[in-house]
Design a protein. Structure first.
Lengths: 535, 262
């Protein structure tokens, strides 16, 4: 009897329920931390220079590369190693599995070079000789390679400068061609203006050709500088210095040198353009695209949502219709994002976009200007996706303000509008911002609707640049979320792309975290200012 | 019910005059044929059991009931001879003339300074000197100045309940109204704060016409010059406070004030 009584008490007090709640929370925390751990642990080590291992093989010959991982060979049950052997232009593939029984011994030769190249991935090997006509180089292979690279750097920069000039001229020609198209469309192709334009274009083209010849000669000078490398088995490979992004000797690097290298790679990641179909190089265009997209989305959706929420709570007469609208808005927040994407494509791109083209850019048709995906349409689609959340948040925040505050303001001869702008909106702002933060975090990670409204694998130009009209809303853009999908799952060389997937994921998470924590900081400051905890 | 005229005392030159006032919430009637006048510069108390329509009547005077949906008013309320329900009358002007203090203090989440000058800012006054002066004067009149003069720029949310209520009175006084409506201003306060506010009301008497709704009969007796007793939407008796509390005309009033009912 006594035992029964105590078990009754046990169940009555709900001890198991308390454990259940704790367990649920633990589970959620564990999953979240695991996710962060995997991304962080893999992402953060990508740029750390790994030692290069030389494996002497039983059947003769060598394999040189970074040991990426080891596992049990599913066929034989023996251990095997995955080597990143690089040298894609020599071997055809970057990665190779080698069974442990085939390996006689391992070593880490200190004079191994790793080259990061513009094309064909890393090269692992040794320097044989430098072919640098006209350059005076110091003794020592490493020093002379460094000196040669330093020597051609100014010329490389000049080549890049000419490249930029050519691009600028191209843009000019494009602009004038567009003007010409407009004239042709207006049937004024023989007018004085058109003739002047033709003349202008031909002078630009002349300039253009001069630059191209200059570029050719400069490139030839640079290209004359080569270095001969040999791989572990003595196979020779001549590499142009211009193709070398950087070289390092991981096996003889000190800890500080490794950090220096890490910093360089990080800088490249944040500020450089991608190379090798996005699996190498930087992410700058994607970072820029992501941030700009979120900003444009915010500019479009935040005011719209807040204003709609104000109307719904403060001005609309409570009734059947308003109830229906409220239900509809709440449901909108739950619609899958791809549906918004399809709507964006159909309504914004093909609907509004093609009408804009008909009205303002008829001369370019059938080449679409706004009638194709672009950052404007993508941000409008995302804006549409976030507006319901902002509306609901605004409504709830306004509804949570005690009615006495409204009456107090109106009794002091304030109009409804004055009460709204001076009292209610400041008081509701923390709540509105909370909703907006949630919406922003969701939108920042959306990829599906972007894929059909304007994101691309590689955008030739940023949507914001120095050429008139500076903000190019019709341009396509790159995005970190799409980048992850693209390099991780659409890349021809998945193994080589893997580190970049982790880095990109980490970066996307960081950007979202930075943006939301800034917003949370702002919200908390407002909450301190406008709280009515005592009422 | 037909009342003898002696129960509702006529007032000469009333500032607020109520004639045949009927008020309906949808189909139910909340105020029934009220007729009386409220004198200027005096304290008039409205007493009666809960739900008798005291607050509803009070909110008619500055048209706070405009905010309530489904509410209908018949009859006439005039202030200084002007019909306040006249569609041509600007309700903002009316509320500038008729201030209000609520049962539950409702300072805005702003600084003490900004709270006091809210009505002035709304009225478009920007001169710093005028505002500064108004803050000092109003807070002094609300007997709050000494307590807050060193922290005017701090949030009003840090004040105690009684201080907040006095701040609300200061806020109402700052726009210099002629009439101040008070809807049970002490019902949520402790006895000390209550006595401070009662003291304040006695000080404001003479400068402003004060109409106060109260549940507390002792309070009505202590602070008011005139008292109106309402029951179930009707005005039962109205007259000088001393007379109403000592020799009430009507049986219902006597029952209520002696505590036999209510």
């Amino acid at each position: 009897m006594a035992i029964k009584k105590s078990t009754n008490k046990f169940w009555r007090q709900g001890e198991p329920f308390v454990w259940g709640t704790a367990l649920a929370l633990t589970l959620v925390l564990f999953m979240t931390l695991l996710l962060f751990y995997v991304v962080l642990a893999n992402g953060i080590t990508v740029f750390w220079p790994k030692n290069v291992t030389l494996a002497t093989l039983n059947k003769g010959g060598y394999a040189l590369g970074e040991v990426v991982k080891d596992e049990k060979n599913p066929a034989t049950g023996k251990k095997r190693f995955q080597f990143k052997i690089g040298n894609r232009d020599l071997y055809g593939l970057d990665f190779k599995w080698i069974d442990s029984e085939d390996i006689k011994s391992f070593s880490t030769p200190s004079d191994v070079y790793v080259l990061e190249r513009q094309e064909n991935g890393n090269f692992y090997g040794y320097i044989k000789e430098l072919k640098t006509p006209g350059l005076v180089l110091p003794a020592g292979k490493k020093e002379s390679l460094q000196a040669a690279l330093d020597a051609i750097e100014p010329q490389q920069l000049e080549v890049k400068k000419i490249d930029r000039q050519i691009a600028a001229l191209n843009a000019k020609v494009e602009q004038n061609n567009n003007k010409l198209l407009k004239l042709r469309y207006k049937k004024e192709e023989h007018s004085a203006a058109a003739v002047a334009l033709h003349e202008k274009i031909s002078t630009i083209k002349h300039e253009f050709e001069q630059l191209v010849t200059e570029l050719g000669s400069k490139q030839a000078i640079v290209a004359a500088n080569e270095v001969v490398f040999v791989d572990a088995n003595g196979q020779e490979k001549t590499i142009r210095l211009a193709d070398i992004v950087r070289f390092y000797q991981p096996n003889s690097m000190s800890w500080w040198q490794k950090w220096g290298y890490y910093g360089k790679r990080l800088k490249e990641l944040l500020f450089a353009e991608p190379r090798e179909s996005n699996t190498e190089g930087g992410l700058f265009p994607a970072i820029f695209g992501t941030i700009m997209l979120i900003f444009m989305m915010s500019i479009l959706s935040f005011p719209l949502g807040v204003i709609a929420g104000i109307y719904l709570r403060e001005y609309a007469r409570e009734g059947y219709l308003v109830k229906m609208v409220r239900i509809a808005v709440n449901n909108l927040a739950g619609i899958p994002s791809i549906v918004y994407g399809i709507f964006g494509l159909g309504f914004f791109v093909y609907g509004i976009g093609s009408q804009i083209d008909l009205l303002f850019f008829p001369e370019k048709l059938p080449t679409p200007t706004f009638g194709t995906g672009g950052i404007l349409w993508a941000s409008m689609t995302l804006g549409l996706l976030t507006v319901p959340v902002v509306i609901v948040a605004t409504e709830e925040a306004l509804g949570a303000i005690p009615p006495g505050i409204r009456e107090g303001s109106q009794a002091l001869a304030a109009t409804k509008f004055q009460t709204l702008t001076r009292i209610l909106l400041p008081m509701a702002s923390p709540g509105i911002l909370t909703g907006f933060i949630l919406a922003m975090a969701r939108a920042a990670g959306e990829v599906a609707p972007l894929m059909i409204t304007g994101v691309v694998k590689l955008a030739p130009a940023l949507p914001l640049d120095g050429s008139f009209p500076y903000l190019h809303l019709d341009r396509k853009f790159m995005h970190l979320g799409f980048h992850i999908y693209d390099i991780g799952f659409q890349s021809p060389n998945v193994e080589a792309a893997k580190p970049m997937v982790y880095v990109t994921t980490l970066l996307l998470i960081l950007i979202v975290l930075i943006m939301t924590s800034t917003a949370i900081y702002l919200r908390n400051r407002m909450r301190e200012r406008f709280s009515v905890a005592d009422l | 019910m037909i009342h003898s005229d002696t129960a509702i005392m006529p007032i000469e030159n009333p500032q607020v005059e109520v004639e045949h006032l009927n008020l309906y919430y949808g189909t139910s009637q909340a105020l029934i044929d009220m007729n009386f006048g409220i004198p200027a510069s005096q304290v008039t108390a409205l007493i009666g059991p809960s739900g008798c329509g005291k607050s509803t009547f009070l909110r008619c005077i500055n048209r706070m009931n405009d905010l309530v949906e489904g509410l209908r008013i018949e009859g006439l309320i005039t202030i200084d001879g002007e019909n306040i329900n006249n569609p041509a009358l600007d309700v903002i002007e009316l509320r500038r003339k008729v201030g209000m203090v609520f049962q539950k203090w409702n300072p805005f989440p702003k600084s003490i300074y900004e709270n006091v000058i809210y009505g002035l800012r709304i009225a478009g006054i920007k001169e710093r000197s005028v505002l500064d002066q108004a803050v000092e004067q109003s807070l002094k009149r609300a007997a709050l100045w000494d307590e807050v003069k060193d922290r005017l720029q701090q949030s009003a949310m840090g004040l105690s309940g009684g201080q907040m209520q006095r701040l609300c009175i200061a806020r109402a006084v700052a726009v210099n109204p002629e009439i101040i409506l008070m809807d049970e201003p002490c019902s949520a306060l402790d006895p000390r704060s209550t006595s401070r506010i009662e003291e304040l009301i006695r000080e404001l008497r003479g400068e402003y016409t004060i109409i106060i709704v109260t549940h507390n009969m002792q309070q009505a007796a202590r602070i008011s010059d005139y008292t109106a007793y309402m029951y179930l939407g009707e005005l039962i008796e109205y007259g000088p406070t001393q007379k109403l509390f000592t020799v009430p005309e009507r049986k219902e009033t006597e029952d209520y004030i002696t505590g036999r009912f209510g």
